[in-house]
Design a protein around this ligand. Structure first.
Ligand code: PLP
Ligand code: ZN
Length: 399
């Protein structure tokens, strides 16, 4: 797995020789899965090393990295369960993939783990969210220097979360959007594991390997996920292509992507029937982790949708916030609003008849809501009570 290839024009490059294809599109690792089958033993890596529980290293033979240690060995292997309590009437069966149980609370750990096991020396990222936290934590565990470039307006609460892992944390003044390009050329001596780099996409494809293995020998009808840069969507598509080539899918699952309506360049391109995403002027949204007006893998995400006959859904702010509450109150899962767009999209697709009661839909809940302490406490949901009155208050609450 030393070759990178362009999904669009097919051009190949040696790993390390190019950051993007000459045609402008992002690259990913060329992976031959012709002989791949689901590994037999559980709790081991593909090469048979025991990790005690299933992690993404179960698929080591199709990854461009090996021999994980420390925190990197713990990424992936997240729960998937059906959540009837949030299924719409006459709608599909909804299966939730809880990426929030990764070591730093999001699927970003998958890409970071594979990246840090593959490259030597300092690592970095351009992010002020989950990716920054993930890279900082994995660098700490692997005793590497970490360069984290955050936007000037990043709130202190987020900085504090990242800073606890002791990276080199830079608050950048000026055009933050252009930094992604600045860090691509590699002459800073730092391996930047940005949102859609080949190593990150390779790690992040494993979420779809896990979903499909759970359904084997069948396959889910659809996989629904939030999209920002398009990195995770690329990984899911790559996984489906690889598993299909290995003959392990009874049918190709459709890929559906969800965006917040206030910043939805990929959904806009989808509605136009375009194959190219144009950058837009987004508005602020509570979906901070998917607020990307100029997604670097937007075209590839659109191609994933087109190739699998899926779709892209824009979710209104109010529906997204309602869905965040519903997931916590009815399914017991705390997520960021950035994740709730995905189940909100399922609701819309069920209402429009695109999903029916025969469909099995896997939804990737990309990150935990606990670390953002996001949900404001509704005063009416908390009662003050004196100690002596507790028995009465409890009897009152559960008649
Ligand atoms: C990064 C992130 C996304 C978006 O992933 P992309 O690969 O950038 O499309 C979605 N949800 C959460 C919680 C994230 O941290
Ligand atoms: Zn190309």
């Amino acid at each position: 797995m030393e070759q990178l290839e362009c999904y669009d024009c097919g051009e190949t490059y040696a790993f390390g020789d190019a950051a993007r294809c000459r045609c402008g599109e992002p690259l990913w690792f060329e992976t031959d899965t012709a002989g791949f089958d689901w590994p037999d033993a559980s709790g081991t890596t593909g090469s048979g090393v025991s990790l005690g529980r299933d992690t993404l290293w179960r698929y080591e033979s199709v990854l461009p990295a090996a021999t994980p240690t420390g925190l990197a060995a713990a990424a992936g292997g997240t729960p998937l369960f059906r959540a009837p309590s949030i299924e719409p009437a006459d709608g599909p069966r909804i299966h939730l993939k809880i990426e929030g149980v990764n070591p730093t609370g999001s699927f970003k750990d998958r890409g970071t783990a594979v990246g840090i096991c593959r490259v030597d020396g300092p690592v970095g990222t351009v992010s002020h969210g989950n990716m920054a936290l993930s890279v900082a934590a994995h660098a700490a565990a692997a005793d590497r220097e970490a360069i984290i470039l955050v936007a000037e307006d990043t709130p202190d609460s987020r900085l504090a979360m990242i800073a606890q892992h002791d990276p080199h944390l830079f608050r950048v003044r000026g055009d933050y959007g252009r930094l992604y390009d600045d860090t691509l050329d590699g002459d800073l001596g730092v391996a930047f594991l940005n949102s859609d780099t080949p190593l990150r996409v390779a790690g992040q494809k494993t979420v779809a390997y896990e979903i499909c293995e759970a359904f084997a020998p069948n396959a889910p009808d659809a996989i629904v996920l939030p999209v920002s840069s398009g990195g995770q969507a690329s990984g899911v598509w790559k996984a489906l292509r690889e598993l299909n080539a290995a003959g392990l899918l009874s049918a190709m699952p459709r890929i559906y992507l969800a965006q917040a309506a206030r910043c939805d360049p990929i959904a806009q391109a989808y509605r136009r029937g375009a194959s190219r995403v144009e950058s837009i002027e987004g508005e602020p949204t509570a979906a901070v982790s998917i607020n990307n007006a100029d997604p670097p893998s937007g075209n590839r995400a659109l191609a994933a949708v087109a190739a699998t006959d899926g779709g892209v859904v824009s979710v209104a702010e109010e529906a997204m916030l309602d869905e965040t509450e519903r997931l916590a109150a009815d399914a017991g899962v705390s997520v960021e609003p950035s994740c709730a767009v995905a189940t909100a999209a399922v609701r819309e697709l069920a209402a429009s008849g695109e999903f029916g009661s025969d469909d099995d839909v896997a939804v990737i809940l990309t990150g935990s809501g606990y670390k953002y302490g996001g949900a404001a406490v509704d005063a009416a949901s908390v009662r003050e009570v004196d100690r002596a009155d507790v028995p009465d208050a409890v009897r009152d609450a559960v008649p």
